[in-house]
Design a protein around this ligand. Sequence first.
Ligand code: NAP
Length: 249
Amino acid sequence: MNISTHYNITEGELKDKIILVTGANRGFGRAMTLDLAKAGATVIMLGRDLGSLETAYDEVVDLGYQEPVLYPFDLEGATPEHYEQLQANLLENFSKLDGLIHNAGIIGTMMPIEQYDIKLWYSTMQINVNGPFMLTQFLIPVLSKSDDARILFLSSSVGREARAYWGAYGVSKFAIEGLSKTLSEELEKTNIRVNSLDPKRMRTKMRQIAYPAENIENNPLPEALSPAIVYLMSERAKTLNGEQLTLEV
Ligand SMILES: NC(=O)c1ccc[n+]([C@@H]2O[C@H](COP(=O)([O-])OP(=O)(O)OC[C@H]3O[C@@H](n4cnc5c(N)ncnc54)[C@H](OP(=O)(O)O)[C@@H]3O)[C@@H](O)[C@H]2O)c1
């Protein structure tokens, strides 16, 4: 299902919403953080690099948007105990969670499966799949406390149709699609809606690594796409569940 990126954010439409974004320090995560905060949501900005998290936080505050919360967290090194601690922190400080956006990810490397670097395979699967799985498992009890909660998994076209040499990244996104669909069915009768989203191409570091020779100017800035994330977290998208969504510029 296509989702238009031409969405006009209404001030305060996400007021009182608490939304956690992974990889909120840069790229698409930073852009969606700005728009979610503009719409009035309190964004819990999760990321592993405190310096760039703080820079993005300052941008939100300087623009006069809803003040976010920083949560330094490394999805690669985190153990179940770290996720448990995050759950406890959220329950103590917010008592509910309305949105969980699994945005962080790494591209791994472009290589045939036959030669794929095993260590990099593990890292990619840890950050792109195992992290989102554990984060979801530990945060379902917090999402359950909202009367209208959303989980959004950032996916990719290579997670819906296999492409040679995309290695662990492509496989991780297939896993994310499976996780999203399975969860959407398991949570169907609850207040939590679950969808995956292929943003298509964006002018970010990840895209540059994947396509070093292309003219980056031809790719839309993540800021051009992020209003659609506000739409997906809003009342208007309440009925979407178990969908494979794709952004349409
Ligand atoms: N860009 C595209 O054209 C495109 C196309 C299709 C799908 N997507 C998907 O869209 C999402 C966002 O992509 P993007 O283009 O914004 O990527 P990006 O610019 O490379 O940003 C990736 C984000 O993930 C974070 N991250 C990586 N490893 C982490 C870890 N171990 N712990 C916590 N955070 C970690 C990064 O933090 P650091 O700054 O610390 O590295 C960064 O904030 C991804 O899921 C990607 O697969 C992107």
